[in-house]
Every structure is written in C-alpha cells, then in structure tokens.
Design a protein around this ligand. Structure first.
Ligand code: HEM
Length: 263
C-alpha cells in the first residue's frame, strides 16, 4: 500500500513539473531548483502528511540552516562562552531552529486536531503520523520527546529531499554534456547503490530514492532531451551534498515536436 501511494505521489509530482515545462522548449530552465520543488513535493506528500506549500517554509529554513552549518562545521564551540556570546551565524541558526519547530508543530497540531474533532480515528500511517503517535504515547516510558520528534523530522525532510535533488540535477547535467550517457542510465542507478552506504550509518531511504529517481527520469526522458545553456558556470560546491553553486541552466528540447504541435 505504501509503495503504491508513493508511486502515485511521485507520478503526480512529476506531472506537475512536466506541465510547468510545457511551452518552455528552447528556453532556459534551472533544473536544480525545479528538482528541489519536485522532491520536496514528493517527501511532503508521502511522509509528512502535508503538501509542498505547507512544507515550503520548512524546506527553505532547513536549506539556510544547512548552509550555516556547513560554513561553521569546523568552528570550535565553547559551551559556557557560547551561551552568552554568539556569532551572527549562531544567532541566525537558533532563529531558524525555532522557526522550523513552529512550522512542524503547526502540521502536528493539524494532525492531532483531526483526531480530536473525530475526522480521523488515528494520527495516520505516514512517517509523521507514526511519529505523532509515539509523541502522544500514553506510556511515558515509550513516549518520544519533542526534541526527538523535531530531530527525526529535520533528518527526514533534509535527507529525503536534498540528496535526490542533487542526483537528478547532476544526471540531467551529464545527459546534456554527453548525449550517450542516456544509454548508461540503467547501469548508473546500479552503481549508485554505493552512495547510500557512505558514513557510519546507512540510508533507510535507499529504495524510496531509487524508485523516485527511476520514475522521474523515465517520465522526463520520454519527453525531453537536454542541452547545456551557455549561461551555465561549472562550480560544484559541497554543502552536505554536492550542489551546483550557480544552478544548472538547461535548454529543453522536446522529443515529440510533431505530436505536441498536433495536440
Ligand atoms: C540519492 C539519494 C540518497 C543518498 C545517496 C543517501 C545516502 C545516505 C547516507 C550515506 C546515509 C548515512 C549517513 C551517515 O552515516 O551519517 C543516509 C542516511 C539517511 N537517509 Fe539517505 N540517501 C538518499 C536518499 C534518502 C531518501 C529519499 C530518504 C527518505 C525518504 C533518506 C533518508 C535517510 C535517513 C532518515 C537517514 C538517517 C538514518 C539513520 O539515522 O540511521 N535518504 N542516507
């Protein structure tokens, strides 16, 4: 059931993107931003009981937070002093943390209200619904703390979105640079498995990410080929994942000019 819903959510989200791209043939689009919207919509719909608009603020704040964390990754923190004296980045990070907590709690309250008002008989079976059930567990020993609820949400929003955005954007970049790369896409998704095992832990979203990537690419590659825009400046920058610093500007080329003209 979950995979069926997830597949439908991905298809619906990719269709929204394709609808937006209609009429953009020959024009420049920035694909990193486009895929960020796509993956945010997918993760909001499948795991977080909301749509992209509700999650939008959270994604924007998490994005800013990741830039600040990355910039200060090697900063020494002095526990006592940092309580009374904070750098501008630390003050901004605290504000973002509070903002994210407020937004997540707004979504959590909506989920709870539905149960209180009798519109639903449980908090739901998606990721956030299960977290809320644990957060409201009547057994104190099993209850999830607010801090853990927030931590889980932040990890999931970020891990579920930023990674697939980068993957899709760099695949499109490679397709634009090397047309023959299309033939290697199927092989590439197999080798990609190694990326999920980096770090001390492993990725719980591997199947999710692979399914999402395959559906999105197969729907997009049936309709378009890509050319790199002269405006593109190559500057991959590590901000947790490897991001294109100035975006990836692509010129879309429709593969079905004749049928689309007839439609
Ligand atoms: C190209 C896509 C992806 C790649 C390459 C990737 C890679 C990874 C890696 C290497 C880790 C371990 C990090 C560590 O050891 O600290 C990880 C953890 C995690 N990933 Fe992914 N990931 C991807 C997509 C996703 C998606 C789509 C989701 C959710 C739907 C997700 C959810 C998570 C979570 C929750 C963790 C933390 C697991 C834990 O706390 O033990 N990931 N991922």
């Amino acid at each position: 059931m979950f995979w069926q819903n997830m597949t439908l959510a991905v298809i619906a989200s990719v269709e929204t993107v394709l609808e937006k791209w209609k009429g953009q043939e020959g024009k420049e689009i920035e694909v990193f931003g486009e895929f960020r919207l796509l993956t945010s919509e997918v993760i909001s719909r499948t795991a977080l009981g909301s749509n992209y608009l509700e999650g939008e603020e959270i994604f924007a704040m998490l994005n800013k937070l990741s830039i600040l964390l990355n910039r200060n990754a090697f900063m020494t923190r002095i526990p006592f002093i940092n309580k009374y004296w904070k750098t501008a980045d630390l003050i901004e990070s605290d504000k973002l943390e509070k903002g994210i907590q407020e937004c997540v709690m707004n979504i959590v309250r909506k989920i709870e209200d539905r149960v209180v008002n009798g519109e639903a008989d449980n908090f739901g079976n998606d990721f956030l619904g299960l977290l809320v059930s644990a957060y409201r567990d009547s057994d104190e020993k099993n209850r999830l703390s607010l801090e853990d609820l927030m931590g889980e949400c932040k990890t999931f929003y970020f891990a579920g979105q930023e990674t697939v955005t980068s993957l899709l954007a760099w695949v499109v970049f490679l397709l634009a640079v090397h047309k023959r790369f299309a033939e290697g896409i199927a092989k590439a998704t197999k080798y990609n498995a190694a990326a999920y095992l980096l770090g001390p832990r492993s990725c719980i979203g591997m199947t999710f990410a692979t399914t999402e990537t395959k559906i999105a690419l197969s729907m997009i590659l049936q309709r378009y080929s890509f050319n790199l825009s002269p405006a593109y400046v190559h500057s991959p920058t590590p901000v947790i994942t490897l991001r294109p610093q100035h975006g990836i500007q692509i010129i879309l080329e429709s593969l079905h000019k004749y049928t689309e003209a007839k439609d």
